[in-house]
Design a protein around this ligand. Structure first.
Ligand code: F6P
Length: 325
């Protein structure tokens, strides 16, 4: 081994995601199990710069597997995007005697990790924690399944009122530039359509919807709009102009999609990934994200996880279309 692995640092960064706590627990316990000290870093990279750090024992992660959010807090840190900020973070690393890092977050987190690892020859392993599921090389990210189920439950409720009032709803869901949450929640909730950034332009998708006709035999319609797919309000305004008789409503689900207790799937995924992260460090791996493909753990270089485009399965668009007649 090129370095001695006596102490690791763990942090959560970027948008929080259900299951991050399960990942922190797994990283902490797997490290201690292997005789490695754990330093918990608060508020993501910000805490690395300011030195908000506490040594964790196994009991510090008791009773958190079921909690949403992150006990370590999270932040989007602009200072860490600068060389100066990263140099300050490295001073903390040296002062605290941290030999390697496990970072839990999304593409912004891994972009920062990659730069930091290159500049300071720092061993870093990533665990994908984001509701967006937009990281290449893993079938699922921690938090995605929970958010998907939360959205599905919300749409089920919206369906009740939409049916009662015979309304057309545009429901906007998160996902940044990706349509995984939108497309899959649309299928799971029996929605009539999804407007996603991966297909043609949102205007073209809307035109297609209009030409297919919204209502037909139905007494309610729900269209899911990915936040990166044009905005539900804009869609609704356009339809209202064309069909002034339609009774239209818009619902933007917002941050409730990020909260809540993680599903069993996310807890298990986070637990496996946490253990795999420590095993990867013991195996002298660095600058990789832990992924899962066909239920097997894989190692994905940060460069690929961030840069390669993860595609939504467009066959699902077909499924949605067929089933919404
Ligand atoms: O990346 C997770 C996510 O929830 C995205 O879906 C969304 O675009 C973004 O974060 C919202 O970020 P914030 O909470 O900083 O407004």
């Amino acid at each position: 081994m090129q370095y001695e692995l006596k102490c690791i640092g763990v942090l959560t960064s970027g948008g929080d995601a259900p299951g991050m706590n399960a990942a922190v627990r797994a990283v902490t316990r797997a490290a201690i199990y292997n005789g490695i000290k754990v330093k918990a870093i608060y508020r993501g990279y910000k805490g690395l710069i300011t030195g908000e750090i506490k040594e964790f024992q196994t009991q510090d992660v008791s009773n958190i597997i079921q909690q949403g959010g992150t006990i370590l807090k999270s932040a989007r840190c602009s200072e860490f995007k600068t060389k100066e900020g990263r140099a300050l973070a490295y001073e903390t690393i040296q002062r605290e005697g941290i030999d390697a890092l496990v970072v839990i977050g999304g593409d912004g987190t891994f972009t920062g990790a990659r730069a930091f690892a290159q500049e300071f020859n720092m061993p870093i392993i990533g665990i994908p924690g984001t509701i967006d599921n937009d990281l290449w090389g893993t079938d699922s990210t921690v938090g995605y399944d929970t958010a998907l189920n939360t959205i599905m439950e919300c749409i089920d409720k919206i369906r009740d009122t939409a049916t009662s009032h015979e309304r057309l709803f545009f429901v906007e869901v998160m996902g940044r530039d990706a349509g995984f949450l939108a497309l899959n929640s649309a299928i799971a909730s029996g929605s009539e359509a999804a407007i996603i950034p991966e297909k043609e332009t949102s205007v073209a998708q809307l035109d297609e919807l209009i030409s297919n006709g919204f209502r037909k035999s139905k007494n309610s319609s729900i269209v899911i709009v990915a936040e990166g797919g044009g905005g539900a309000q804009a869609m609704a305004d356009r339809i209202h102009q064309q069909y002034p008789d339609y009774d239209i409503r818009v619902s933007i689900l917002g941050h409730l999609q990020r909260g809540g207790s993680p599903t069993a799937y996310d807890r298990i995924l986070a637990s496996r990934m946490g253990v795999a992260a420590i095993e990867a460090l013991l195996d002298e791996q660095r600058s990789i994200m832990i992924g899962v493909v066909n239920d097997e753990i894989v190692h994905v270089p940060f460069s690929k996880a961030i840069k390669d485009d993860k595609q939504v399965n467009l066959e699902k668009v077909n499924v949605l279309q067929i089933l919404s007649i």
